[in-house]
Design a protein around this ligand. Structure first.
Ligand code: FAD
Length: 474
């Protein structure tokens, strides 16, 4: 185990990098750990170094600038390191290219971002069906298309981003299928227009898709997908404002690939594991850590920032990161009250503006309970353990009161993803709607956060030296 640092930041997205930079600027010793090969997180994901050519896209330029600032700082970076446990005190355990490592820090900022949510439908686990957020990773990190002719479906800003990404990469689109109506996109126009650059980008994407002749279906969702040889036959139908299927003409598309997503949920592995307080915020991606305005959680020394503290987008995440780092510097006695107030005041103003736009986007991504209520009994909900909606609801009928009891009885959420993908849907299924979600609770945090090869963690075993017990008498 190496020396204790003042701060360890887990996550190298906009929130984590800005937090690490701000803390190091205040003289704190800082480590930044990320499982990705380079900083940037989801939004500024770096293409592999071997790709060489420099992209002219704005997000790529911002990512390069972020990485350059990090390189020029005193932050000690550890990329390609999966953090698999955080213990009180604080000890961070990670697995990197050279094996297992542990570090100690006086404070931790969890800036672990988000994960995507897909509302299950028959056929969502078929080969050729990927998540919308997953598709952004394919496009950004490998310049790879999800498939040939692709149907893009779901809700929120990633819908247009992925559709445009596919068009720009030379792919073909069968249709863009939006759960929201056009009126819903316009309802929050003042908030969206508070970021004219992003509002204009969204409009120009819509125009480009129309010019390319891509059918755009609003208030529609996938009813089912069925394998037809190497292709997928997708049936779509109209839905109401809550996302429930309604009577109306169904349409079929024969496609090579489907990419579908229903928003993002906050990645809370660390705060759940350490038993920090959480609260349910439907418009921030479900269960989020309880925190004050400077991102202190309910546990001393543990802070959160970015989408992991509640979905609000990349601009808000960067400001959150700086605020959280200043709170750490203040709490460790490196900033006087006066300097702390002076430095945080302008950041708080910026944060309010960034959150206005982020909240409008998060609203479009929010889970629609009626869509979940309409999931058919035979549909798989937990894809790691193949648990269906019918099995989950049977457990509730037999008396399971919360998601952890349903997990124990059915194994849903026990697979390699540890409920990151299905947890929010299971919570919704367990209790229905509204405040009842609070009673359903959330999956208790467990280590390891990611599947790990155990031989990397355990010392080598000399089997010949093992003391064997004497054979039991017959
Ligand atoms: C898959 C995905 C794709 C997205 N694509 C886009 C997009 O194209 N455009 C857009 O505007 N928004 C996108 N978003 C939303 C975007 O994540 C946020 O708005 C923004 O990036 C939030 O910044 P952040 O710093 O909070 O988190 P992130 O940028 O998500 O950064 C979190 C970082 O934490 C690291 N991390 C998490 N857990 C661990 C662990 N246990 N060990 C080590 N490292 C860990 C991750 O590798 C990641 O780099 C995407 C979200 C997801 C989930």
């Amino acid at each position: 185990m190496t020396d204790e640092t003042d701060l360890i930041v887990v996550g190298g997205g906009p929130a984590g990098v800005e937090a690490a930079l701000a803390a190091s600027e205040r003289g704190l010793s800082v480590r930044l750990v990320d499982e990705a090969p380079q900083a940037g997180g989801q939004v500024y994901r770096a293409p592999p170094r071997a790709f060489g050519a420099k992209s002219q896209q704005k997000a790529d330029r911002l990512g390069v600038a972020l990485r350059d600032r990090l390189c020029a700082s005193t932050v000690q970076t550890h990329f390609d390191h999966i953090v698999w446990s955080v213990s009180p005190g604080y000890r961070i355990d990670a697995l990197g290219p050279n094996g297992a490592v542990s570090w100690r820090a006086r404070a931790v900022i969890a800036a672990t971002g988000a994960q995507e949510r897909v509302v299950p439908f028959p056929g969502w686990t078929l080969p050729g069906v990927t998540g919308l957020a997953g598709a952004t990773i394919m496009l950004k990190s490998q310049g790879m298309l999800p498939g040939g002719l692709t149907l893009v479906a779901g809700q929120g800003p990633l819908l247009l981003a992925v559709a445009m990404g596919i068009l720009k990469a030379g792919g073909k689109l069968a249709a863009v299928v939006d759960l929201a109506s056009q009126a819903e996109w316009l309802a929050d126009w003042p908030a969206i227009a508070s970021r004219p650059d992003l509002a204009w980008r969204g409009l120009s994407w819509q125009m480009a898709l129309r010019r390319a002749g891509v059918p755009m279906l609003y208030r529609h969702a996938i009813r089912e997908a069925e394998a037809k040889g190497d292709q997928l036959l997708v049936t779509l139908g109209p839905v109401d404002a809550g996302g429930a299927p309604i009577a109306g003409p169904e349409r079929e598309f024969l496609v090579d690939a489907v990419t579908v997503g229903n928003g993002l949920t906050a990645a809370t592995d660390i705060t759940r594991l350490l038993r920090a307080g959480h609260r349910f915020e439907a418009l921030r991606g479900g269960w989020v850590p309880e925190r004050d305005e400077d991102f202190r959680t309910t546990l001393s020394g543990l802070y959160v920032a970015g989408d992991g503290a509640g979905i609000a987008g990349a601009a808000a995440a960067a400001i959150d990161g700086r605020l959280a780092a200043l709170a750490v510097a203040h709490d460790l006695g490196r900033l006087s009250d006066e300097t702390y107030q002076r430095l945080t005041m302008p950041l708080r103003r910026k944060a309010r503006k960034a959150k206005r736009f982020g909240t409008a986007m998060a609203k479009l991504m929010a889970l629609r309970p009626a869509q979940v209520a309409a999931i058919a009994a035979g549909t798989i909900v937990c894809r790691c353990e193949d648990v269906t909606r019918g099995e989950i609801c049977a457990a509730v009928r037999e008396g399971a009161r919360g998601v952890n009891q349903v997990k124990a009885w059915t194994r849903c959420g026990m697979g390699p993803c540890q409920g990151r993908i299905c947890g929010d849907i299971i919570g919704q299924l367990v209790t229905g709607t509204g405040n009842a979600r609070v009673e359903a609770g959330y999956f208790t945090g467990r280590t390891p956060f990611r599947p790990l090869p155990l031989d990397e963690l355990a010392p080598p075993i000399a089997y010949g030296d093992l003391q064997l017990p004497p054979p039991a008498p017959l």
